[in-house]
Design a protein around this ligand. Structure first.
Ligand code: FES
Length: 357
C-alpha cells in the first residue's frame, strides 16, 4: 500500500490571492517533479504539469472556465480531474484522455498536496485516423513515381491559364506516355490547408511529425503533400509563378508547414526524405528567376531532396517586355519550353533510379 505524503503548500487565503493575480495557475516543483496548481471559482486543483498530447507545460497555459488550456496546441483539461474536454472545436475532436491529478486537502486554513496520490495518466488518440503518416518511410517497390506539384494560386471554380502549371502538366503527360513511370498531379490551390501557426517558436518539441495541425484538424489537407513527399514520390517537380520576385504565396504557405518534416533532422536526427529528387519549373512575366530558383533549391535541399543536373527550367519575357497576353501565347506554343521541362523530368527520373539502386 502506498503511504500518503502530504506537503504543505501555504495559507489558503494567500494562495487564492496569488493565483488570482496570476490568472489562476502556478507551477510547483518538488525535486524536479512539476505540478500545476490552479484555482477557479473557490476550488483548487492540482495536475501533473505535462500535457497529455506532447508534454506541453500546462502551468504556462491559460485557465478558461475551469479548464487548463495547454499553451502548445490548445487542448483543454479540467483543472481538478485532468479529464480532457471535448466541447471545443477542432483540437478536441478525438478524446484527449486524462492528465494525472493529485489530491489536495485544507486543514486549519492551510492547503496540502499528497505527492504520492497521483492518479494514472490515460493516453489519447490524437491522429485523427492519419496514424499511417507516421509510419517509417520505406520505398514501396514499383516504377519510379513522379509527383507534379503546382503552387500557382487560383480560384479553381474559375480556372485561368497558368504558364508554370501548363508546362508541368505537359511534362507529366509526356512522361506518362514515354517513360516507364507513374505520375500524379497535385495543385496546392485545390487543397484546403491551414497556415503554419509557428508552434516551433514556442518550443522545438511543439512542432511535431506528423504536423500538429494535421493531427488536430480533420479538415486540413496538407497530409496529401506530406504523404506524397515523405512516402509516395521518388521525384517531385514543383512549378511556381514568379510573384514580385518570389515564388507563389501558396508555395511559402506549404513550405512553412514542411517545418515539421525538416525539424525531425535537427531534433531527432531522423531523415524522412531520402534518395528523392526535386526539380523546378519557374515562369514569370518579368524576371528574378535565379533568386526564385535559389530559394527553391535551398529549401528542398534542406528537406533532403537531391537536385538533378540543371535543376530548373525557367521562362520570363524580361523587365522591359512584360506582355501577359503574348506571354501565355508564347508558353502554350513553345515546344522548346515543353521539351526542356520534359527533359528536366527525365533527368530527375534517371537520377532517382541511380539513387534507389
Ligand atoms: S496540446 Fe499540449 S502538448 Fe499539444
Amino acid at each position: 500500500m502506498i503511504t500518503q505524503d502530504w506537503k504543505l503548500l501555504g495559507q489558503v487565503e494567500e494562495l487564492k490571492r496569488e493565483l488570482e493575480s496570476k490568472g489562476g495557475l502556478k507551477e510547483l516543483e518538488f525535486n524536479g517533479r512539476k505540478i500545476v496548481l490552479s484555482y477557479y471559482e473557490g476550488e483548487f486543483g492540482a495536475l501533473n504539469n505535462k500535457c497529455n498530447h506532447m508534454g506541453g507545460p500546462l502551468a504556462k497555459g491559460k485557465l478558461k472556465k475551469g479548464c487548463i488550456e495547454c499553451p502548445w496546441h490548445y487542448w483543454q483539461f479540467d483543472h481538478k480531474t485532468g479529464v480532457a474536454l471535448n466541447e471545443s472545436t477542432e483540437p478536441l475532436s478525438s478524446h484527449g484522455g486524462t492528465v494525472p491529478n493529485l489530491p489536495l486537502k485544507i486543514e486549519n486554513g492551510s492547503l496540502f498536496i499528497d505527492l504520492n496520490g497521483e492518479s494514472e495518466r490515460v493516453r489519447a488518440n490524437y491522429n485523427q485516423g492519419r496514424t499511417n503518416l507516421s509510419r517509417q518511410p520505406n520505398r514501396e517497390p514499383g516504377k519510379i513515381r513522379v509527383l507534379g506539384l503546382s503552387t500557382t494560386a487560383m480560384d479553381r471554380e474559375h480556372p485561368r491559364f497558368s504558364t508554370s502549371e501548363t508546362l508541368l502538366k505537359s511534362a507529366l503527360e509526356r512522361a506518362q506516355q514515354s517513360l516507364d513511370v507513374e505520375t500524379k498531379f497535385l495543385a496546392l490551390s485545390e487543397l484546403n490547408f491551414r497556415h503554419c501557426e509557428g508552434f516551433y517558436s514556442k518550443s522545438e518539441k511543439a512542432c511535431t511529425w506528423p504536423c500538429s495541425i494535421t493531427k488536430m484538424d480533420p479538415k486540413d489537407e496538407m497530409h496529401l503533400v506530406y504523404e506524397a513527399f515523405v512516402h509516395w514520390a521518388d521525384v517531385v517537380i514543383v512549378s511556381t509563378p514568379i510573384r514580385w520576385g518570389n515564388a507563389s504565396s501558396l508555395y511559402y504557405k506549404m513550405a512553412e508547414r514542411l517545418n515539421s518534416v525538416q525539424n525531425q533532422i535537427t531534433l531527432k536526427d531522423r531523415v524522412l526524405i531520402k534518395n528523392k529528387v526535386a526539380g523546378f519549373i519557374i515562369t514569370g512575366g518579368q524576371d528574378n528567376i535565379q533568386s526564385v530558383a535559389g530559394q527553391l533549391m535551398n529549401f528542398f535541399g534542406e528537406l533532403g531532396f537531391h537536385a538533378p543536373a540543371f535543376p530548373y527550367v525557367a521562362h520570363s519575357l524580361g523587365w522591359s517586355s512584360e506582355d501577359m497576353e503574348r506571354n501565355m501565347e508564347y508558353v502554350s506554343e513553345s515546344e522548346y519550353l515543353k521539351n526542356n521541362c520534359f527533359e528536366l523530368l527525365a533527368r530527375s527520373v534517371e537520377l532517382s533510379k541511380r539513387l534507389i539502386q
